[in-house]
Design a protein around this ligand. Structure first.
Ligand code: PLP
Length: 385
């Protein structure tokens, strides 16, 4: 199989599995237990926390381990909104966020909070001037992702944070699920107050992640129970997952430059050749401000889902923003937010590369894809004008 879907998830790195294995086997202790077995689990968590903190340039106490990106996003939005209700009830986000952010914002809105959803331009960029205009005295949180999962665009976070600081006392949260391990994500450089990430996007385990919360940020826990994670996230710690997360981050940090060079070379070959070989094709997302491993396209007159099935028959795994939900094709909210009509938006394809992909795999895809698109167009119900 050729795997071009690293933005969906990644294979566990063997080194990560090795780091996790003791805590799934003989070192099974509960980190809250006083005896040696428990204390060794506690030490593993402490060490992982130190490593994650060093990677993001924060203090260890500013790391909250979670079950992944969805929980981190939920905790950031709901935790800040509820705890700061006395200061204001206005939140700002963008139209291209992951559902974990968008649905959290929707839920808060239904409870009486006000939400402004900033538009993006054709490349998926949020305009700092739009943010400046949207900020109000009662804005408590701005949540704008670092890089988009569907189109790979990297947002101008430094400018967005600067504008937020200049106009308000709102906290700034960023969803860094797709950017962590791919580009620099040091919290002290980005200047954000909260950042969420997920281990399974960088060869770590599924169901593990963290939310960085800078000291002084007022946050209401969303999981109630014991006093874990300094009373901010109750629940017996996922020791193996946490150890795996830290290992995955350490490896991603060590190999970031090499991996980025490798995937950028493959990505650029993919983008140039797809656009060259397939008529009526278009790159989505920003041409240069994009994740190094990410290529995404629109093919006129093609349904992305059908293309995925064709690719699958050739043993190639990829993804499309459009999805078949209850019998009808639904266009991605991200592609629609770029300003494309529904029919056009249905023809999206995302190819996300990883360190294990080779030039031969890219050439094989480039060899097969034009024929598949042509065949689908010949039988497609959508007109290929
Ligand atoms: N945010 C973004 C940008 C994502 O791409 C994803 C996963 O696809 C998530 C959040 C959710 O992360 P998790 O799968 O760890 O819940």
């Amino acid at each position: 199989m050729i795997y071009f879907d690293h933005s969906a998830t990644t294979a566990l790195d063997p080194e990560v599995l090795q780091a996790m294995t003791p805590y799934l086997t003989e070192e099974f202790g509960n980190a809250s237990s006083v005896y040696g077995l428990g204390q060794r689990a506690r030490q593993a968590i402490d060490q992982a926390r130190d490593e994650v903190a060093a990677f993001y340039g924060v203090q260890a106490k500013e790391v909250i381990f979670t079950s992944g990106g969805t929980e981190g996003d939920n905790l950031a939005l709901r935790g800040v909104a509820y705890r700061n209700r006395d200061r204001g009830q206005h939140l700002i986000t963008s139209t291209i966020e992951h559902d974990a952010v968008l649905r959290s914002a929707d839920g808060l809105e239904a409870e009486g909070f006000e939400v402004t959803r900033l538009p993006v331009d054709r490349h998926g960029l949020v305009d700092p001037n739009d943010l400046a205009r949207a900020l109000r005295k009662d804005t408590v949180l701005v949540s704008i992702m670092h890089a988009n999962n569907e189109i790979g665009t990297i947002e101008p976070l430094a400018e967005l944070v600067a504008v937020t600081r200049a106009h308000s006392s709102a906290y700034f949260h960023t969803d860094a699920v797709q950017s962590t391990g791919k580009i620099r994500t040091r919290v002290d450089e980005l200047g954000v107050d909260l950042l969420s990430m997920s281990a399974h996007k960088l060869h770590g385990p599924k169901g593990a992640g963290c939310l960085i919360v800078r000291s002084g940020v007022r946050l209401e826990p969303q999981m109630l129970g014991g006093g874990h994670e300094r009373n901010r996230r109750a629940g017996t710690e996922n020791v193996a997952g946490i150890a795996g997360l830290a290992k995955a981050i350490t490896i991603a940090d060590r190999d970031m430059v090499t991996n980025a060079e490798h995937t950028t070379r493959l990505r650029d070959r993919l983008i140039d050749s797809v656009l060259d070989r397939i008529p009526h094709s278009e790159l989505t997302g920003h041409p240069t401000r994009r994740l190094p491993h990410h290529a995404s396209f629109l093919f006129q007159g093609v349904e992305g889902e059908s293309l995925l099935l064709q690719l699958d028959m050739e043993g190639i795994a990829a993804s499309s923003g459009s999805a078949c939900t209850s019998g009808s094709l639904e266009a991605s909210h991200v592609i629609l937010a770029l300003g494309y009509a529904r029919e056009r938006a249905l023809g999206s394809l995302r190819l996300s590369l990883g360190k294990g992909n080779t030039e031969a795999e890219v050439e094989l895809l480039l060899d097969r894809l034009p024929g598949m698109v042509a065949r689908l167009r010949a039988m497609a119900p959508i007109s290929a004008a």
